[in-house]
Design a protein around this ligand. Structure first.
Ligand code: PHE
Length: 356
């Protein structure tokens, strides 16, 4: 009788080939019973050894045991290999590719940046005024109480101080120091300078950052920008002021947007007015943004008060003039119909990218 193990080598080779061809852990688990389990060739060979003579049985048993061991090791190796491969594929799929995220949000490699909306609006406004013959001047953001208030005819404890919620800077000096609440103190610097340098008349605009202790909302920021205008010359009238405002409005906002002046109060101008333009959102029909009035307030203006002339030492009999001041951020909001002004300071690239 031929030994039941006569074909053992080729049977083992076949098992090893099947193990090597297993493509997944799932396939391996499914094949396991037919490779090394009860339904395997190895198990049926084991049973057939029972028919051998006792002296042959122990040798054949040892041979078969060795063969089984061989197959089991090959199976374990394949299991480890497949597990490693499947883990690698899973990690690859789960991997958070930060490069991808950057590509989507800021278009990597980074595109060339551009000027922010407020600085570019400031430049456009400057250009309009330069085109009308104005020069551009600059002033400090940290001011003494005298420049921000007193020289502008707002003495200490004057009720008009309530118009500007002020940030005070404690420098340990006897003088009160504030973050400027408007660009109007730059008027004072400019008049002092022009007087000292005999550089009158003055036709200037002064843009810059201002600060107020306000809670930011859709139409107000605690840090914002104004552009101040100052004309000091001989025989200046209110009509000159209205003409400048109207010319500016049409050149910056377009010929279908009008301006109007409504009586108001500012301590440093007399008479004073509020400067309004046609609401750019509804074009004057009335909407939520303009509270159904069709008009949006941009800033204030008026004829220079003689008290301001005397604060800087200018002769009010010889000189006359007007001033105006309005929000640069508000202009950008109106020009680009930005619902919430806080978007201007949040620096969300999805917002900023719209104004490149
Ligand atoms: N400085 C005033 C404000 O911020 C605006 C203004 C400027 C009014 C110039 C009159 C003249 O409220």
């Amino acid at each position: 009788m031929t030994s039941p193990l006569a074909n053992l080598q080729s049977q083992i080779d076949e098992l090893l080939a099947r193990i090597a061809s297993l493509e997944s852990l799932e396939a391996l688990r499914a094949a396991e019973p037919s490779l090394t389990g009860k339904r395997s060739v190895l198990s049926s060979l084991q049973k057939s050894l029972g028919g051998l003579a006792p002296e042959e049985r122990s040798d054949a048993g040892a041979t078969l045991q060795g063969a089984r061991r061989h197959v089991e090791i090959a199976l374990e190796d394949r299991r480890v290999e497949l597990a490693r491969e499947e883990r690698r594929i899973r990690l690859q799929a789960d991997r958070l590719d930060l490069g991808d995220v950057v590509v989507q949000s800021v278009r990597w490699p980074a595109t060339v940046g551009h000027r922010g909306l407020v600085p570019s609006t400031q430049r456009e406004l400057e250009d309009v005024f330069v085109g009308m013959g104005f020069t551009v001047a600059d002033g400090p953001e940290v001011e003494s109480d005298w420049y921000n208030f007193e020289a502008l005819n707002i003495p200490p404890a004057h009720p008009a101080r309530g118009m500007w919620d002020t940030f005070y800077v404690d420098l340990g000096e006897p003088e009160t120091v504030v973050l400027r609440t408007h660009t109007s103190p730059t008027q004072i610097h400019l008049m002092e300078l022009a007087l000292a340098q005999e550089a009158l008349p003055i036709h200037s605009v002064m843009p810059g950052r201002c600060y107020r202790r306000d809670t930011p909302d859709a139409r107000h920021l605690a840090t914002f920008h104004q552009i101040e205008g100052l004309v000091v010359d001989r025989d200046i009238t209110f009509a000159d002021l209205a003409g400048v405002i109207e010319t500016f409005t049409r050149s910056y906002f377009g010929s279908d947007i009008e301006s109007r002046l409504r009586p108001a109060y500012f301590p440093f101008t007399e008479p004073s007015a509020e400067f309004e333009i046609t609401c750019t959102i509804c074009r004057g029909d009335g909407c939520r943004t303009c509270s159904q009035t069709g008009w949006i307030e941009l800033g204030g203006c008026g004829m220079l008060d003689p008290a301001v002339f005397s604060a800087v030492g200018l002769d009010a009999d010889e000189w006359s003039g007007f001033a105006f001041g309005f929000g640069i951020d508000r202009c950008a909001q109106m020009r680009y119909q930005i619902g919430d002004m806080r978007a201007l300071i949040e620096n969300d690239v999805r917002f900023l990218g719209q104004f490149s």
